[in-house]
Design a protein around this ligand. Structure first.
Ligand code: SAH
Length: 256
């Protein structure tokens, strides 16, 4: 692949002033002194240093332009390992958490995952990352404003395998079931039964869950904090593993 900047952070002087501001692209980070591909490569290097091993997840994280999914005022923070506000009290997840959850879903899978269900589209960033790793992505959002925002953010990427749905993700999306993987970006008190029913046998589900105490050795959360839970559906039944403490926005029912 040709290593070409996707946009210049500093436009040549000959370019008219009004086009220089965002390098012709919405939400382009300014003042970084390098192109966003290089900034993403550095982000992936950091994720790798923190333990990310899956080469397909590394490639996906390196190719999705996270700065396109946040307000232009926050674009210069887009490649830091931090969650950022996306409006309506919600946040885009930290890159390290997105990478970790997707790596857990892909464990033991060669090549692409099949159909994946995402609960909590938010700004659409994680759905874009998932589109590199799954044949189809069904992503549900309960807030109309964010569902519309994700649609706008994803439109220029022309990802025909991403299906954005406005609805209550607590109910899953039976029309796309069974899913090879289910990923929740919001934490509830328990994993809804509908998700377990819609998961394929052999499939994996990852979700933040409230009040699950992390096992000894894991980074402890506060008493009523959330932990990441991995659920595997096998022919013998479901197996749940409680992983590290995490901080996600709450899983809520109903639409708004
Ligand atoms: N994956 C997103 C993260 C968004 S934050 C991203 O990349 O930006 C989690 C989202 O879950 C919020 O937008 C919130 O509105 C949504 N959410 C919470 N409960 C939900 C539910 N029951 N159904 C669908 N979405 C829900």
């Amino acid at each position: 692949m040709k290593d070409r900047p996707s946009f210049p952070a500093r436009m040549p002087a000959s370019v008219p002033a009004k086009k220089t501001k965002l390098g012709g692209l919405p939400n382009a980070p300014q003042g970084l002194g390098m192109d966003s591909g290089a900034v993403r490569r550095r982000m992936v290097e950091k994720l790798t240093a923190q333990g990310l091993r899956d080469p397909l997840v590394q490639a996906a994280m390196g190719s999705v332009e996270r700065h396109r999914f946040v307000d232009s005022g926050l674009a210069n923070q887009a490649y830091e390992d931090t969650s950022l506000p996306i409006g309506l009290g919600q946040t885009i997840s930290k890159p390290s958490v997105v990478a970790r959850m997707i790596e857990l879903l892909r464990k033991g899978v060669d090549g692409r995952l099949g159909r994946v269900l995402e609960i909590g589209t938010g700004c659409g960033y994680q759905a874009a990352v998932l589109s590199h790793l799954a044949t189809e992505v069904y992503s549900i959002e309960r807030l109309r404003g964010l569902h519309d925002k994700a649609r706008l953010n994803l439109r220029p990427l022309r990802l025909s395998s991403v299906h954005l749905l406005f609805g209550d993700g607590m109910l899953g999306y039976p029309a796309g079931a069974p899913y090879a993987a289910i990923i929740a970006a919001a934490g509830g008190e328990a994993i809804p039964q509908a998700w377990i029913e819609q998961l394929a046998v052999g499939g994996r589900l990852i979700a933040p869950v409230l009040g699950t105490s992390a096992p000894a050795g894991a980074k402890a959360g506060s008493a009523n904090g959330q932990s990441l839970v991995l659920l595997e559906k096998t022919p013998q039944g479901v197996r749940q593993t409680v992983l590290e403490a995490v901080h996600f926005v709450p899983l809520k029912s109903g639409l708004a």
